[in-house]
Structures are given as C-alpha cells and as structure tokens.
Design a protein. Sequence first.
Length: 145
Amino acid sequence: YVRFTKSLYGVYSTMEDELDRCAKTSSKSTSDGSDGSQENVTRIEIDDDVSNLSEALKDQQSPVAYFWNRHSEILRRSELLQKDILAVSADEKLGDEASYSKATLEYMQAIREAGNKDRKDRSGRLLGHAYTRYLADLMGGSVLA
C-alpha cells in the first residue's frame, strides 16, 4: 500500500507542481498588463463560428492555466496522499526520488517535459496527464464509460 501510494504521490505532486507553474507563467504573460487572475481576465464573446475561438483565446490564459485556475482547489491530491502515507508509515521519506521505481521516475519526467513545453508554447500537454490521472484514479474511469 505504501509503495503504491507513494508512487501516486510522486506523480501527483509532480503534476500539480507543473500545473501550478503553467498557471503562474500564463498569468504573467497576459497582454493587458493584468496579473492574470480570474477577476482581471476579459470575457470573450464568441459567436457561432468556432474558428474564431483560437484567435479570441490567443491573448488569454493557456488551456492548462484556464483548467487549473478553475479546478485546482477540488482536484489537488498530493497533500492528501502525503497524509495517507505518513499515517501508515510515519518515517517515510516522501521527497526521496531514489525510492521511486524506474517507471514512476520516467512518468514524473514525462510530466515535467510536458509542463516545460506547455510553458513555452501555451499548449495543453499537461491536460492529457491531468485527464488520465483525475478521471481514472479518482472516478474509477466511470465518467469515461
């Protein structure tokens, strides 16, 4: 149980750190000089022509920032996983990456790479990781069925 939960902790803490970094980077890069907080984001009027969506969103938050700023409060898991691990094994070292399996380390690295690329081009690679983890782990995939 501890080894599995610790692997989940490594994945979630890495993903949540990257999501936080993408949200902050997107906030700093708003073109209107605002701080990027939701209160300062301009409402976008979009007509029936969906082709205008990408142009309208160009100067707004990245897809990752938009998602994470709206849902991070209810989705965050790393702190809860940390509490679970420490309740069962109080002497567990959570920050020690040497104790993660090779597969977990590779997954954590893939998440970091996705975050780095998302910050560079304001894309949504991290959304795939978030979708998989939050829907599969938290909802048992039932939403996907």
